[in-house]
Design a protein around this ligand. Structure first.
Ligand SMILES: Cc1cn([C@H]2C[C@H](O)[C@@H](COP(=O)(O)OP(=O)(O)O[C@H]3O[C@@H](C)C(=O)[C@@H](O)[C@H]3O)O2)c(=O)[nH]c1=O
Length: 181
C-alpha cells in the first residue's frame, strides 16, 4: 500500500494494493501489521456503514471526550471527504484537508483523533464504511458547522444544495466548539 501525506501532520491518504483479475478485484482494506509498519499503530473497536443520496453532507463530527480516529473509505459512489484540525496546540488549528474517495479509486483516508470529520456524497447510493478507535458516545458528540467561513472548506458542491441532518444544521462555529487542547 502507498501512504500519501497531507498538508497537515496526522491525516494521510492510503492507496491499497488492488489485485484485479477476470473475477473482479481484491484488496486488503485493513491489515494491522502493514498499517503499523507504515506508522499507523491503530486499535479499532467499531465499524460503521452509511448510505447517502447525492448532496447529503454528514458532519463535521467529533467526540470530545472519547475522541475517535477513523479509517474511512467508499465502496459505492463518490464523496469529498474532509478532516479539520481542531487541536488548539496544533500549528494547523482550524485548517482542513480534503480528498475524493470513491468506489473507483479505492482510496482510504485516516482521520486521527483531534480532527472533525465530514463528507458530501457526490453520487446517489454512496456507501461509506469506516473503522473507529473509540465507540460511539452520543453524550460526547459535537458538530462543527460545515460552512464556517473561519475554516473555509472548499466543498465541490457542483450546484448541489447540501442536505444536512437537524443536528448538523445547528453545527457550531470553530470559535464556539469544545476543541481539543
Ligand atoms: C455515528 C453513530 C450513530 N448512531 C445512530 C444515532 C442516530 O440515531 C443514527 C444516525 O446518526 P448520525 O446522524 O450521527 O449519523 P452520521 O451523520 O452518519 O454520523 C457520522 O458522520 C460522519 C461524518 C462521521 O464522521 C461519523 O463519525 C459519524 O459521526 O445512528 C449509532 O447508533 N452509532 C454510531 O456510531
Amino acid at each position: 500500500m502507498n501512504i500519501i501525506e497531507t498538508a497537515i501532520s496526522g491525516p494521510v491518504i492510503i492507496e491499497p494494493r488492488v489485485f484485479g483479475d477476470e473475477r473482479g478485484f481484491f484488496y486488503e482494506s485493513y491489515n494491522a501489521g502493514a498499517f503499523k509498519a507504515a506508522g499507523l499503530d491503530l486499535n479499532f473497536v467499531q465499524d460503521n456503514h452509511s448510505k447517502s443520496a447525492k448532496g447529503v453532507l454528514r458532519g463535521l463530527h467529533f467526540q470530545n471526550p472519547n475522541p475517535q480516529g477513523k479509517l474511512v473509505r467508499v465502496t459505492a459512489g463518490r464523496v469529498w471527504d474532509v478532516a479539520v484540525d481542531i487541536r488548539r496546540s496544533s500549528p494547523h488549528f482550524g485548517k482542513w484537508v480534503g480528498v475524493e474517495l470513491s468506489a473507483a479509486n479505492k482510496r482510504m483516508f485516516w482521520v486521527p483523533e483531534g480532527f472533525a470529520h465530514g463528507f458530501i456524497a457526490l453520487e446517489d447510493g454512496t456507501e461509506f464504511l469506516y473503522k473507529c478507535t473509540a465507540t460511539y458516545d452520543p453524550s460526547a458528540e459535537h458538530s462543527l458547522m460545515w460552512n464556517d467561513p473561519a475554516v473555509g472548506i472548499e466543498w465541490p458542491l457542483e450546484g448541489l444544495k447540501p442536505q444536512l441532518s437537524g443536528k448538523d444544521a445547528q453545527g457550531k462555529a470553530l470559535s464556539e466548539i469544545e476543541a481539543f487542547a
